[in-house]
Design a protein around this ligand. Structure first.
Ligand code: NAD
Length: 282
């Protein structure tokens, strides 16, 4: 059976390190502080925002939530971003995605000051990521690479297959794996035959949001499997990977829950600390 990449244990260790970093900043009179703008009533978004707040507080970071109504005008959200960009005590600004349909998320991303871009989703920071010249990274992607490092899984020269091309996971994790000298394939809805690629993969990172997408017959013996997907099936939380059958063929595998989920929020906190340090010349 494949060994478990224990995201929860890794996240707990990370949290201890973050507490230490925050303590050091506070001893210099610097308080890491960031703001989350949540627009509308999406229950999943509200839950994510609350989870982030709980985790922030537990490591000593202040997170302020701006809960805006579903019908908030785009120009008013932009004005709020301007205000937070100008506020010296605020080191990070993020907009919880998705936003209501009448608002263009790209306009909001373009407006966030790249120096306060906790999510690493502004055009400037996405560009820096592909240039290999970045100071902030989308949290899930950063967390995946850190988890592989923690387990000494080297990506150099490996075939890495990523399923999903979102700005928050697929594209940034591709950029970071490329930086680690992996050979990358990014698969998506229009990819004709997933198995043709997954069979050759040393590492599969699935961020599709489709339960049972990856089955044992699709992977090669001893592949490393990173399951980012979050799906609700019959009241249970599952990933994209048919865990029970794939685990026997994989060398390493992340469970869902307890894999990438807990890591993501800790790595978001890591970005807040990085931006706070940078803004204070550390
Ligand atoms: P998304 O939901 O915006 O898009 C899904 C992507 O997967 C698209 O690029 C699509 O082309 C691709 N895709 C979907 N079904 C496919 C299929 N059958 N074959 C090939 N490609 C397919 O992407 P996202 O926002 O990155 O989210 C993906 C999943 O990851 C969701 O389940 C989301 O909840 C989860 N997620 C988890 C975390 C975490 O911390 N664990 C963080 C972010 C996202």
């Amino acid at each position: 059976m494949g060994k478990i990449l224990d995201g929860k244990a890794f996240a707990n260790q990370k949290a201890e390190k973050l507490k230490e970093k925050v303590k050091n900043l506070k001893s210099e009179g610097i308080q890491p502080y960031f703001c989350v703008i949540n627009i509308g009533d999406n229950p999943a978004s509200k839950l994510y925002v609350k989870t982030k707040k709980r985790r922030s507080e537990s490591v000593g970071i202040i997170q302020k939530i701006y809960q805006l109504p579903e019908n908030e005008k785009e120009e008013d959200v932009l004005a709020l971003i301007d205000e937070l960009n100008a506020d010296k005590k605020v080191y990070g600004v993020m907009v919880q995605l998705p936003v209501p349909e009448h608002i263009n998320a790209n306009h909001l991303m373009e407006r966030i000051d790249p120096k306060k871009d906790v999510d690493g989703l502004t055009p400037a920071n996405m560009g820096r990521l592909w240039q290999g010249n970045h100071f902030v990274e989308p949290a899930t992607a950063d967390g995946i690479i850190a988890l592989l490092d923690y387990y000494h899984i080297d990506l150099a020269g490996k075939n890495v297959v990523i399923i999903g091309r979102s700005n928050i996971v697929g594209k940034p994790v591709a950029a970071l794996a490329l930086e680690r000298d992996a050979t990358i394939s990014i698969l998506h809805f229009c990819t004709k035959n997933l198995t043709e690629y997954t069979k050759l993969a040393d590492v599969i990172i699935s961020a599709a949001g489709q339960a049972n997408l990856i089955t044992a017959d699709m992977i090669k013996e001893n592949a490393v499997i990173i399951d980012v997907g979050i799906n609700h099936v019959n009241g249970h939380l599952v990933g994209d990977v048919a865990f029970d059958e794939v685990k026997d063929k994989a060398s390493w595998i992340t469970p869902v829950p307890g894999g990438i989920g807990p890591i993501t929020v800790e790595f978001l906190m890591e970005q807040v600390i990085k931006l706070t340090r940078k803004a204070n010349g550390r």
